[in-house]
Every structure is written in C-alpha cells, then in structure tokens.
Design a protein around this ligand. Sequence first.
Ligand code: GUN
Length: 292
Amino acid sequence: MPTAERIDGKAKAAEIAESIRKDVAVLKNERGITPGLAVVIVGHDPASQVYVRNKKRTAESCGFHSVLHELDADTRQDEVLDLIAELNNDPAVHGILVQLPLPKHLDEQLVTQSIVPHKDVDGFHFENIGRLTAGDIDNAFVPCTPAGCMLMIEDQLGRDLSGLNAVIVGRSNIVGKPMAALLLAANATVTICHSRTKELPQVARHADILVAAVGRPEMIRGDWVKPGAVVIDVGINRIEVVTDGEKRHRLTGDVAYEEAANVAAAITPVPGGVGPMTIAMLMANTLKSASS
Ligand code: GUN
C-alpha cells in the first residue's frame, strides 16, 4: 500500500465550482451581471478539443455565459486578431482564452498579447505576468495551472512555506515560471530545473515540494523523491499500453506514481489531480473579472 495521501484535485475542484455557482447567483441577483467566458480554439488537435469542451461545460455548470469559437486550422492571423478585438469590446465577455498550442503559422505571442489584460483569464499577458512576478498578485490574473497547484500545496502545508525547498521540473511560461513566482511569494526557496540541468535526480531529492511539469511520461522516479515530500504532477501524457495482446491508451503523469507514492507524504494523481483544478481556476479568474 502506498504511504502517501492521494490529493483529490477532482473533489477540490468540485467544491470550488459549487462555491462559484453561489457567487454567480449573487452577482446576477444583486448586480445583474452574468460572467461571460469566450474560448477560442484554432485547428482540430484532439487533446485541445477535449480540454476546451471541458472548460465550456464547466463554465455552463457554474452559470456562466459561455461561447466557444472553433476556427479552422488555416485561419489567418488577422482573422484571429479580429475575433479577439471583437471579444475585447464585447461587454458580455469577461474572460477570453485562446487554447494553446496554436498552429505553426500563427504568432502565439502576438495573439496572447492582443487580449486586453483585464480579460486575460489565462494570465499570459505581459501585464499580468509582470504583476505576478512583482508580487502584486491580488491585481493579477494568475495562470490557471500553477494557481491550482498552489491551492493544493497550501492545503497540505499552509500558506507560509518559509524554510521549505521547492523544486520545479520544467521552465514553461504556462507552468514552470509562474509556479516559481507563486512559491517565492509564499517564501519557499525555489529551484527551476529543465532539460539542461545537471544531476536532476539529486536536485529533486532536496525538494519538500516537487512540481513536475515536463511532459515526459513517468520521468520522475520514486528515488528522486525526498521522503515526506509533497509531489504535484502537472503532466498529462497519453501513452500506449499493451494488455492481453491488445493496444490501449492510458493517461499518465510526469511522475511514476506508484513508486513516488511509497516515498512522498502526498501526491496528485493523473488523471484527477491538477487537471480539474486548472479548470476550476479558470472559472475563478472569470468570476473575478466579472466582479471587478
Ligand atoms: N494549453 C495547455 N494549457 C493551457 C492553458 O492553461 N491555457 C491555454 N490557453 N492553453 C493551454
């Protein structure tokens, strides 16, 4: 039997959604405001389509006005920018999310920076990144995945992480870098590792909080984990497995769960850990935008 507590992101996300539903009812009654979320997807990547449909479904279940714009893979850059300009000016829309990655012919940075900062519920606009990095977190939209990870870490360890070592494996703009800013703001001592880091297992073994966000299935083994650590697995990898001669697919994280769960104090599963929390944080950001 694994010794670690299994951190139930799905249950926590459901609690957050319930609380958002109540806040939305109050916002509608008292101020006549219905939070609006616009999600834009370009192309037909199956994983992205699953993610955006989940976002739309959760938005509707929270009582939001929710619109999904599905654009063809060959949509021109100016057409995407025109749609964002329209959404920027639409008073019924409080949050805009463009699902990444975008097809290669589109400039991801230009697109994410064209969203007005006060509707940037993904927290990818430089103004929001700047506020987060400068510690002005209450006035920033924090990227949803690290925000969700942080809530789960706080549940385990409290809000002050003074004296604790946090190691993040992965330096992406969506997860690794904003995660570092949040952990620093909570007084953790933070190390960011990546593909060029030397002696990664040794560095990881110093972590009281280990965040894995590399996108490599089960790369982080049990012997990389410090006994008693809190392990947050951001990876969602679809891998092929053969059972009874039949090929199937299953989702797995960046952490070898069974191994790590014998060493850690607490660990998030995949699926059912970080994924649902990401969506819950998107709803929280959209509500915050609509309320302000
Ligand atoms: N692709 C993977 N994660 C995310 C995310 O948090 N937001 C957006 N827009 N795209 C993503």
